[in-house]
Design a protein around this ligand. Structure first.
Ligand SMILES: *[C@@H]1O[C@H](CO)[C@@H](O)[C@H](O)[C@H]1NC(C)=O
Ligand SMILES: *[C@@H]1O[C@H](CO)[C@@H](O)[C@H](O)[C@H]1NC(C)=O
Ligand SMILES: *[C@@H]1O[C@H](CO)[C@@H](O)[C@H](O)[C@H]1NC(C)=O
Ligand SMILES: *[C@@H]1O[C@H](CO)[C@@H](O)[C@H](O)[C@H]1NC(C)=O
Ligand SMILES: *[C@@H]1O[C@H](CO)[C@@H](O)[C@H](O)[C@H]1NC(C)=O
Length: 195
């Protein structure tokens, strides 16, 4: 069992500082034409609507000795649908200390946009408040628009801890994995024209 865990986690041990920008889900999201391509009036009911799907959060801690924190990071991923523009696929990572809270400072993260996208999607996650801010820019009728808003992520998470009962040098000492159930939620953005 211990050998199995050691082998399983060994590749992670070299990864004490994972890149903050991870590769996306592997391919760009499909392009969905906006529902109202020529109506750039976002005051109309139903004209502005973000949907965040498959919001997944996980974190991992590995101590290779009682004193050495070898691995400590969290990932947050989600897909963004905007009924006024294009879809985006968002992935981000935060490395940290032994604290169970990651994304402790406002770090601007960017999403991978659908082919044919006319702007950028960005986000900031504040771990202490579980607050996710999402922005997307796009063009409509020759003008530029920004949609922005924030939501609190009510994540339901499970923590799995493992301790090596009789640790010796060369074995893992402690691991802790937090995984949360994927959630989906709407976000009604504020939309402003920026040109
Ligand atoms: C999220 O986007 C990726 C990339 O387009 C896609 O493969 C995946 O199925 C999407 N997930 C959901 C829940 O829509
Ligand atoms: C999107 O962001 C990139 C840099 O991250 C910038 O070069 C590009 O002009 C932006 N596109 C739009 C439409 O704002
Ligand atoms: C969203 O846009 C607002 C206004 O430009 C800006 O203050 C904020 O930092 C942006 N947030 C993100 C996540 O890009
Ligand atoms: C989050 O959204 C609320 C309205 O829903 C707004 O009052 C608040 O200023 C926003 N916070 C941030 C950090 O953008
Ligand atoms: C811990 O391991 C050492 C060396 O293998 C062994 O001598 C000792 O009995 C073990 N202690 C426990 C509590 O299993």
């Amino acid at each position: 069992m211990l050998l199995f865990l050691t082998l399983l986690l060994f590749p992670l041990l070299t990864l004490s500082h994972p890149p903050t920008k991870r590769p996306g889900h592997g391919h760009r999201p499909p392009y969905h034409p906006p529902h109202h391509p020529n109506m750039c009036n976002y005051n109309a009911p139903g004209s502005r609507y973000f949907y965040l799907s498959d919001v997944t959060y996980e974190s991992h801690i590995v101590y290779s000795t009682p004193a050495h924190l070898a691995v400590s990071y969290a990932n947050l991923d989600f897909n963004l649908t905007n009924n006024a523009a294009y879809d985006a696929s968002c992935t981000g990572s935060s490395s940290g200390g032994p604290s169970p809270v990651y994304f402790t400072w406002p770090q601007l993260q960017s999403c991978e946009e659908a082919d044919g996208a006319s702007g950028n999607a960005t986000w900031i996650y504040i771990g202490y408040e579980k607050n996710l801010q999402v922005n997307e820019t796009w063009t409509c009728g020759g003008h530029q628009y920004l949609g922005y808003g924030n939501v609190t992520l009510n994540l339901e998470c499970e923590t799995e801890s493992w301790n090596n009962p009789n640790w010796t040098m060369g074995e893992l000492y402690h691991t802790e994995d937090v995984t949360c159930k994927p959630i989906s939620l709407p976000l009604i953005p504020t939309v402003v024209r920026t040109d």
